[in-house]
Ligand binder design. Structure first.
Ligand code: TXA
Ligand code: MG
Length: 312
């Protein structure tokens, strides 16, 4: 049995303390239960992917208790602020340009220049976020490929032994994930329909908005084959690097940079995006990568590495 925390002050305080220590804590929002981790802690966030068995590094939503807290993380233009004032707290997520030096680990955005942020309406979630005092990254608290959980029992059944605690706030009132919007140059792009009806957004703006068609400028990073590619050419599953290759290692080997000298996949996931950026800063022209086991979060690492190595 996972630690079950009750929706009272001691329960909330304990959940906040666990989050600040790098633990994985499921908590209810008005939409669905989220699997939370301290968004400033790359290792903690990597644990989310491991627990969910998520096959790719989808960027995650950073949850904060107020518009003011969101302004520390991303840039709001007038349109974004209008949306936030109208619909926060609530089931709406905004994808906005990440601020330089924002306290968010690279793995949260999967290396993108934008960050998805949300102020949830559930009072319990708001109190938890206030207590934690850090942005909390949280996807839905379900194993990859299964439906999003709307009760604590649902979370327990899916992820029970893989997470540290569940804050039990009863069933989620919305039960459907948040609506994801990306305001760009005065227009609003709908990236995912969700708990906030499109009609309400249209009523606020006085203009129709439509779902982003696949094939439009891709914004969902999974659609971009070479999105995570560093400047240099990448060769995978290399045990013997060529003399002109920089080796990105894994496990107890002699490498220029190592994702995890101890061969810990969770650590490797936490390091991946940062190391790829370091390779760019080093000006690496040819990059060899050690074999990464195709299990657990290793599948997510390999998925991103294959994109990095894809022809472009
Ligand atoms: O209601 C919800 O949104 C719940 C609760 C826990 O807040 N969370 C949730 O998270 O549904 P998740 O990870 O299941 O879905 C987040 C979606 C993904 O499809 C991801 O690709 C997209 O948000 N996303 C996140 N950051 C993005 C970004 N920078 N650009 C485009 N899409 C982004
Ligand atoms: Mg989900």
């Amino acid at each position: 049995m996972t630690l079950r925390l009750s929706a009272d002050t001691p329960g909330i305080d304990r959940a906040a303390q666990l989050l600040r220590q790098g633990a994985l804590v499921a908590f209810p929002t008005e939409t669905v239960y989220g699997l939370g981790a301290d968004a400033t802690d790359a290792r903690a966030v990597a644990g989310i992917y491991a627990a969910k068995g998520r096959p790719s590094f989808n960027p995650l939503i950073a949850h904060v208790p107020s518009l003011q807290a969101a302004e520390d993380l991303v840039h709001f233009d007038d349109l974004a602020r209008q949306l936030a004032r109208a619909f926060w707290p609530g089931p709406m997520t905004l994808v906005l340009p990440l601020r330089d030096g924002a306290p968010v680990a690279d793995i949260v955005t999967a290396g993108l220049p934008t960050l998805a942020v949300r102020v949830p309406a559930a009072p319990l979630a708001l109190r938890l976020l206030e207590r934690t005092g850090r942005p909390v990254a949280a996807p839905s608290a379900n194993p990859s490929g299964r439906v999003s959980p709307t009760t604590a029992d649902h979370v327990e059944a899916g992820l029970g032994d893989r997470i540290d605690a569940i804050l039990d706030g009863g069933p989620c009132p919305v039960g459907l994930e948040s609506t994801i919007l990306m305001p760009v140059d005065g227009t609003v792009r709908l990236l995912r329909p969700g708990g906030l009806p499109v009609e309400r957004i249209e009523a606020l703006l006085g203009t129709p908005i439509s779902l982003e068609a696949p094939g439009d400028t891709p914004t969902a990073p999974g659609q971009l084959a070479s999105h995570y590619a560093p400047q240099g050419r990448v060769r995978l599953n290399v045990t013997q690097p060529d003399p002109d290759e920089v080796l990105l290692g894994f496990g107890p080997i002699n490498a220029d940079l190592n994702l995890s000298p101890t061969g810990d996949l969770t650590e490797a996931a936490a390091q991946l995006f940062g190391h790829l950026q370091t390779l760019d800063r080093m000006g690496a022209r040819r990059i060899a990568v050690s074999p990464i086991p195709e299990r657990g979060v290793g599948r997510a690492i390999n998925d991103r590495l294959r994109r990095a190595a894809a022809p472009r």
